[in-house]
Design a binder for this molecule. Sequence first.
Ligand code: BTN
Length: 333
Amino acid sequence: MTTKDQLLLYLKENHENWVSGELISNNLAVSRSAIWKHIRKLKEEGYVIESAPKKGYLLSKASDPITADEIRQGLCTNVLGRKNIIYLKETDSTNTRAKELATQGAPEGTLIIAEKQTNGRGRRGRSWFSPPGGGIYFSLILRPAISPGETPRITLMTAVVLAETLISLMKLKLRIKWPNDILVNGKKLAGILTEISTEMDAVNYIVVGLGMNVNTRFEKFPSEIKKNATSILIETGKQFPRIRLIQNYLKLYEQYYDMFKKNNFEPIMNRWRELADIIGKQIRVDVIGKTHIGKVIDVDNDGVLILKDNQGVLQRIFSGDVTLARQLPARSL
Ligand code: BTN
């Protein structure tokens, strides 16, 4: 264990209590200036450490760093995040980094996580607001032995895993919005961006990117997304430790992914249908250059939305933006 790790452990053992520099220095057998240097490093990693003359140091409970070490400690998975966790204080997009690493041969289960993204990417060319401090932005590299046509199932599965994680940890009343947004009280809490690389008729790799607003305050959201975005803090009134969320998500992800690889997708899809609660609903779907209005007949196992439009024609829709009829002004239908 490095001196920095020992120091962190010591501060954690004395969580929320002041410990004097002298005591640390004696216990770890290092100089006071070395301690100061390591404290500065820990602060840079996101730990909130107060310091005061005569009192020493205090690790605050506001600390919520998402370093690779913090994720590893207490992570109950066999593959996901096991071999490789890459933590970046800042990057353009974890999906972009993950694709690069996957191309260079990074193994299944590699996790790339960032405190901040400068070019966070969303579906359909949109951007993803990724400030430091309150959000979770990460990408997982998967290498399942499936055909490219089956990959939308991974995205559907991811939405179910994320929804189940949030329900089990904080009993959030949420809904999956087709194809894979997580909404609470009609506002977006999290989104998924899946990108794939194929070779001939096989999948080379899949990158599953997840963006979630965890401890983001309402004032922090830019005005253009304030109306449609929310966070766990806004919905529950409480901060939630990001590490716990990531660890629980990865654990559940592995269980669902194992089911998926055993061709047991039906129960996952049934749960998706339950959580989406869209079948039978009157909706509008905006697809590039086109709008469909009608009733949802089904979302099939490949995530295709089957809509009976108002002319009675069955439409198979692969991607788009859905608005429920009750959210639309009367004139739109
Ligand atoms: C969406 O709802 O439009 C999808 C948003 C996905 C955002 C995440 S944040 C981590 C990963 N890196 C990115 O650039 N995008 C995804």
